[in-house]
Write a protein that binds this ligand. Structure first.
Ligand code: MGD
Ligand code: MGD
Ligand code: MO
Length: 570
């Protein structure tokens, strides 16, 4: 990731991004606005001993099973559980309070919870006074978000809102775990800010067993951001439009650098379609399958003068490539993965790269062929040492020190033990204080109407992984989850006169697909759910590519669809 973004910058462009854009970019922007840094505040091991867990917009039993096991232990220990999710996940079934909100109504729900906390006088007055700013605006803002008003917007019964508010505020140690149900909305950044308001107003920060913790996506998506595979940041979150950083990297890399912010990958989809973006080097991503509104994405990819894709397996995107470079999998290379609790862990290859080269060697060969100097390395450890020398938060980290347990950044010097808990003394904002960022409720970009009366939400299955390139090639996994089907509530099924396993036509304003129906009360009336792992059910034909204006994440978690019977009964 470090040398891939370096390659882009040495070519003179900041148009480089990673899959966090479509995943937790709203966490980076939202948490940074609250606390000055965009990462998880605490460690996963602290889950077991917390008094209360608020899991909102996350399905850890399926998507983060190791975190899920710690949650299971906590529940056994007597930890109280609040789950905020439109879907009755396995975890929601275990909850003391299930906040069964309509997708896209997170801000209203969180404002409602804060309203109750303030009304009951359960806020942490001392913490607010000493360590925060902007409280008055929050107090004024949440005034109108009474439980009755919020219940009307979210569909959650007002008693549940009141109970959840009291439980969370009264717990001594309360920890928030959240994920894409918060971020993958046009209001993603505001959702995360609103969740930040809740943690801050109750002072559940800067200690053990508290905090606000996004469960990050891929094993190393935290690392991809940390390494500066972002259009606005160099390694270690140093801004490309900051003159001091620019000078520093110009000196380190012996080149001239552009200080103009680059395009996000979701903006690249638009620029390709306009014919303005002409060349694209895609490394381990499958946007023709995983970006929102893939009809649009594919049209853009087809307009490119040159598309090169480096992957370990054939995908929807490699099908459109002019050149496919062979990738090397996690088992075939050395390096580091950084997980959602900021822990940098060493990985070592089990076998030599089947294609003869590790991913980093291939990238360096491309750089050399382009005539770029200073991109020759002997080993991943040498690459690490270069980036640690230019990023203060990694200055004390080396491959050696990551063995065997990893180190949690920030780790500014060789004798620093790494950071388990963020913000114990002060926040990372210029004045050291946390900031309240009140936001009003804003509806999803597309809400149901007469033509498209159902909400579609999308997400994951335990058995499969993202684009399915790896998991759909495993006979054992395919045996367990052979095909995707659309979850539909029994009430809607009756209205539409469809039976379980019947194939229907599902369509949105952007595309259509034939898919089997799975009738289940895991989804509530009016809301449907699809995962996006199987190529024979291309969920992202339907999803909405409308973006959050701040972090540019698309609204995968809520769009409007209709369902029609096939067999001539359209
Ligand atoms: N098995 C498996 N594990 C994975 C992955 C995989 O593909 N398969 N992918 C990895 C990646 S890249 C990521 S980013 C993570 C994602 O991990 P998660 O974010 O935990 O997984 P999702 O299923 O996308 O969505 C989480 C939940 O959000 C809920 N939700 C939808 N809309 C809303 C809303 O408006 N509000 C609230 N509060 N909740 C809502 C959904 O019902 C769902 O239960 O998983 C990682 N782990
Ligand atoms: N509808 C809907 N769509 C979504 C989401 C959703 O919730 N709903 N979630 C979004 C999220 S959070 C994410 S992160 C994206 C993920 O979307 P992608 O990043 O596009 O999908 P992945 O399957 O994670 O990985 C992409 C490719 O990397 C390849 N690969 C794996 N390991 C290696 C390696 O070591 N080297 C190389 N060179 N290639 C490798 C795989 O074969 C795969 O083809 O999907 C997004 N799309
Ligand atoms: Mo993700």
């Amino acid at each position: 990731n470090y040398i891939f973004q370096k390659l882009a910058r040495m070519m003179g462009t900041n148009n480089v991004d990673n899959c966090a854009r479509v995943c937790h970019s709203a966490s980076v922007s939202g948490l940074a606005a609250c606390y000055g840094s965009g990462a998880a505040t605490n460690s996963f091991d602290q889950i077991r001993d917390t008094d209360l867990l608020l899991v909102i917009g996350a399905n850890p039993y399926e998507a983060h099973p190791i975190v899920g096991l710690k949650i299971k232990d906590a529940i056994k220990n007597g930890t109280q559980l609040i789950v905020g999710d439109p879907r009755k996940t396995q975890l929601a079934e275990k909850a003391d309070v299930w906040l069964n909100l309509i997708p896209g109504t997170n801000i209203a729900l969180l404002n409602g919870i804060i309203h109750v906390i303030l009304k009951e006088g359960l806020e942490d007055k001392e913490f607010i006074k000493k360590r925060t700013e902007g409280f008055e605006a929050l107090k004024k803002g949440v005034k109108k978000y009474t439980p009755e008003y919020v219940s009307g917007i979210t569909g959650v019964a007002k008693d549940r809102i009141i109970e959840a508010a009291k439980m969370y505020a009264k717990a001594d140690k309360a920890m928030i775990i959240y994920s894409l149900g918060m971020t993958e909305h046009t209001t993603g950044t505001y959702n995360v800010m609103s969740l930040g308001n809740l943690a801050t107003v109750t002072g559940h920060l800067g200690r053990s067993n508290v905090g606000i913790n996004p469960t990050r996506g891929q094993n190393n998506v935290q690392g991809a951001c940390d390494m500066g595979a972002l259009p606005n940041k160099y390694v270690g979150y140093q801004s490309v439009d900051d003159e001091k950083s620019q000078k520093k990297f110009e000196k380190a890399w012996k080149t001239k650098l552009d200080n103009k912010l680059g395009l996000t990958c979701t903006e690249m989809d638009v620029e390709m379609n306009k014919g303005k973006l002409k060349g694209y080097y895609i490394f381990g991503e499958d946007p023709a399958m995983t970006n929102a509104n893939v009809n649009f994405v594919k049209a853009g990819l087809k307009k490119l003068d040159f598309l090169v894709v480096q992957d370990i397996l054939p995908t929807e995107t490699t099908e459109l490539a002019h050149v496919v470079l062979p990738g090397s999998s996690h088992a075939e290379k050395d390096g580091t993965f950084t997980n959602g609790e900021r822990r940098i862990q060493l990985i070592r290859k089990a076998i030599e790269p089947l294609c003869g080269k590790a991913d980093w060697e291939t990238i360096c060969m491309v750089a050399k062929a382009l005539g770029i100097k200073n991109m020759e390395y002997e080993s991943p450890s040498e690459i690490w040492d270069e980036l640690a020398s230019v990023a203060p938060m990694f200055a004390g980290v080396s491959h050696e020190r990551c063995n065997p347990n990893g180190i949690q950044w920030p780790c500014p010097s060789k004798d620093h033990p790494g950071t388990q808990i963020m913000y114990e003394q002060k926040f990372n904002r210029p004045n050291g204080k946390a900031k309240f960022n009140f936001q009003e409720h804003i509806a999803s970009a597309e809400v149901p109407d007469n033509k498209y009366p159902l909400i579609l939400s999308t997400g994951r299955r335990r058995q499969h992984y993202n684009n399915g390139s790896m998991t759909t090639r495993s006979a054992t996994i395919m045996d367990q989850w052979p095909e995707e089907s659309l979850e539909l509530n029994p009430f809607d099924a009756r209205m539409l006169n469809v039976k379980d396993s019947e194939k229907v036509l599902a369509s949105s304003r952007r595309g259509e697909m034939e898919v089997k129906v799975h009738i289940t009360d895991r989804v509530q009336p009016g809301i449907t759910f699809l995962a996006f792992h199987n190529r024979d059910a291309m969920t992202n034909l339907l999803t909405n590519d409308k973006l959050d204006p701040i972090c540019k994440i698309p609204e995968y978690k809520s769009c409007a669809i209709k369902i029609e019977k096939l067999n001539g009964h359209k």
